[in-house]
Design a protein around this ligand. Structure first.
Ligand SMILES: NC(=O)c1ccc[n+]([C@@H]2O[C@H](COP(=O)([O-])OP(=O)(O)OC[C@H]3O[C@@H](n4cnc5c(N)ncnc54)[C@H](OP(=O)(O)O)[C@@H]3O)[C@@H](O)[C@H]2O)c1
Length: 346
């Protein structure tokens, strides 16, 4: 089968060749059913998360031994099952999260790792849901307990996790302020009915948000959703209310912010560090319930997933390039087994 292999750490955006960090193998072994509860899935789509980019660069917290096939959330169709599998059958549409081995045509996993994709869901979109929407759902609903009428400030709002936070914030009934850079992203966020969009290419976040709050007679921000870090976090802290929740999601800016404990004390802030993947180990039932709720939202149209670009395995370097160059609106997907050349918009 065809598989994307990371053979050495380095920049995954360089053109794929025999000497690039990522290469395409056309004769990778199809994984065998490993136990009675194993399931083999023919992968329809696998999403590309910022973590995959960091992992190939060698800058992610979890390191895989070389060479490895990168892994992320994916969707597909059950192709083969072990003798004791009882929850899925051949032909079922499923999605799941892999920490390796999804950038290829087939993956083998245990049946308990799989989620049935309900009727009415686009199969490619279902492959983009677990990490981004799962992270924002646990963060906003479980950790911050976002309430109707509260003010939610989302940084990196047009990116993968940011856009999911914007949508889930609206589902919770919050007043959502989205922060992004550039006309295309701003127009897209406005089309979703976001209450206010800050365009960072046109001005300062503090002044812009303060002006908006004043027009609505609001005091400040109740929940900060932060996948960016750096200077933007520092500035956003000036907008937070007494008793605010700060959700630390990631550091796309490359800079880890400092949150002064004395100010957190005086303002009664709660700072939540959130690593979604670790719920699989520490509270798997919560993670499962959360994903089931999200899949039902996807099937009944409560949320929708925007995929700005999709690529074949041979074009995977272009997908990493879109993440690096901040071109993605929502998600970028890799479609194993497809042979499209160049960029395709779904
Ligand atoms: N905690 C968890 O469990 C968890 C789960 C998923 C993701 N994450 C983390 O969340 C972060 C975002 O992930 P994602 O998948 O949403 O990434 P993404 O789709 O690439 O979005 C990141 C956004 O951050 C903004 N940004 C600001 N400065 C940036 C910079 N210097 N470089 C790149 N982007 C910059 C960009 O918005 P503008 O261009 O509009 O400014 C971009 O849209 C990553 O650090 C990732 O590791 C954490």
């Amino acid at each position: 089968m065809e598989a994307l292999l990371c053979t050495k750490l380095g920049d995954p955006t360089v053109a794929i060749s025999d000497s690039s960090p990522i290469v395409v193998s056309r004769s990778h072994p199809v994984p065998a059913i490993a136990s009675p509860t194993s399931v083999r899935v023919r992968i329809a789509a696998t999403s590309l998360n910022y973590a995959n980019y960091l992992q190939i660069l060698g800058r992610y917290q979890e390191k895989l031994p070389l060479p490895f096939v990168p892994g992320s959330d994916y969707s597909g169709v059950v192709e083969s099952v072990g003798s004791a599998v009882s929850t899925v059958k051949i032909g079922d549409k499923v999605c799941s999260l892999a920490t390796s081995d999804s950038f290829c045509e087939f993956i083998v996993t245990d049946e308990k790792e799989l989620f049935l994709v309900p009727d009415g869901c686009d199969l490619v979109a279902a492959g983009a849901l677990p990490v981004a929407y799962g992270t924002s759902h646990l963060a906003l609903v479980h950790r911050a307990q976002l309430k109707p009428g509260q003010v939610l400030l989302v940084l990196g709002a047009a990116g993968g996790v940011g856009l999911s936070a914007v949508q889930i914030g609206k589902v919770c009934g919050a007043i959502v302020i989205a922060v992004a850079r550039g006309d295309e992203k701003v127009r897209f966020l406005q089309s979703l009915g976001v209450d206010y969009v800050v365009d960072l290419s046109k001005g300062n976040i503090i002044e812009s948000v303060k002006n908006f709050l004043k027009t609505r007679n609001l005091k400040g921000v109740d929940v900060l959703y932060d996948p960016v870090g750096g200077k933007l976090t520092k500035e956003s802290m000036k907008l937070l209310n007494w008793g605010a929740n700060i959700l630390i999601i990631g550091f796309a800016s490359g800079e880890i912010p400092v949150i002064p404990a004395n100010i957190a004390l005086v303002k009664n802030w709660t700072v939540h560090g959130l690593y979604w993947g670790s719920y699989k180990l520490h509270n798997p039932q919560l993670l499962r319930d959360s994903l089931m709720e999200l899949l039902s939202w996807l099937s009944n149209g409560t949320i929708s997933i925007h995929i700005s670009h999709s690529y074949s395995l041979q074009e995977a370097n272009l997908a990493f390039g879109d993440i690096k160059d901040r071109k993605v609106i929502g998600k970028v997907m890799v479609i194993p087994g497809s042979s499209s050349v160049g960029r395709s918009k779904l």
